[in-house]
Design a protein around this ligand. Structure first.
Ligand code: PMP
Length: 284
């Protein structure tokens, strides 16, 4: 693979970052994952906007413009001959020269890394036909989940716990209510209404979520933004999650209880179709 590191396109073996980089030592970095279908970038502007918000919240200075980001993304697609897959982008606060809790002096350049992951068949995931099963786990993450940091250890732990339990993912629960999935936003469908937690610092503001809710509203579907419990999910007709890499994924079982028919529901499948159609139309 050809990767991007601080302004250069390099073979992946030649791209290296300092052991003092704060992304490595402190988890002091933010990231984005963007899907590519047919060589085109989905949700480009949404991802750049959220990246800039994450950077601003953490006071990481990175002067790359939207046009420059677009050029870098297109160059990565071209150099890696990427048709279907993802682009991973990470910006860390850079190399502090030594380990120090304090931020490095102003003017210390951030570390900017991009690489591609080829996933042929990305939009035809066989899991969609069956739906996935999830476990619930306590949400032990910090309280700024709206900032997309690379601090993904707990998300990894709960994905491993799900795998051990023979399930595919985990839903976080806090104060009795579902916050989100380990790497996705979650929804239930009851009596035709789409119910999903409202935006706050408690969840990541999913780019897929924002577009999906817009497309659902345009299709005259009813959306209710409020928290829901695991018991309510288990009594729902359907459930699904959204993320940039999985788009819309049906969820058919929560903590061992099958939802509705136990199969992917019609609303979830329709939303997946609408989302893929519309986001592909808007891809650049
Ligand atoms: N919540 C969390 C915790 C996530 O990691 C992700 C995926 N990055 C999402 C939600 C979904 O966000 P998006 O639709 O922008 O991928």
């Amino acid at each position: 693979r050809t990767v991007y590191l601080n302004g250069q396109y390099l073979p992946e073996e030649e791209a290296s970052v300092s052991i003092f980089d704060r992304g490595f030592v402190m988890g002091d970095a933010v990231y984005e994952v963007t899907s590519v279908l047919g060589g085109k970038i989905l949700e480009f502007d949404g991802h750049v906007a959220r990246l800039n918000r994450s950077l601003a919240e953490l006071e990481i200075v990175c002067d790359i413009s939207r046009e420059e980001w677009l050029e870098i993304h297109r160059e990565m697609i071209k150099r890696n001959d990427l048709d279907e897959g993802m682009i991973y982008l990470q910006v860390s606060r850079g190399n502090a020269g030594d380990r120090d809790f304090h931020y490095p002096p102003a003017g210390t350049p951030p570390t900017v890394v991009l690489y591609t992951q080829s996933k042929p068949g990305l939009a035809d995931d066989p899991k969609v036909q069956k739906g996935i099963s999830v476990i619930s786990v306590p949400d032990l993450r910090w309280h700024r989940r709206d900032i997309k940091t690379v601090q993904l250890l707990y998300a990894s732990m709960v994905k491993m716990a799900a795998e051990k339990a023979g399930k595919q993912d985990a839903w976080f629960v806090e104060d009795g209510f579902v916050t989100e999935g380990s790497s996705n936003n979650v929804y239930i469908v009851k009596d035709g209404k789409i119910i999903t937690r409202q935006l706050s610092n408690d969840i990541l503001h999913g780019i897929t979520r924002a577009s999906l809710l817009k497309y659902a509203a345009e299709a005259q579907m009813e959306i209710v933004e409020r928290p829901f419990t695991i018991a309510e999910a288990q009594a729902a007709d359907e459930a699904f999650f959204t993320s940039a890499s999985a788009f819309v994924m049906p969820v058919v079982e929560v903590d061992g209880v099958a939802l509705g028919s136990g199969k992917p529901g019609p609303v979830s499948l329709r939303l997946r179709e609408i989302y893929l159609d519309e986001s592909l139309k808007a891809a650049i």
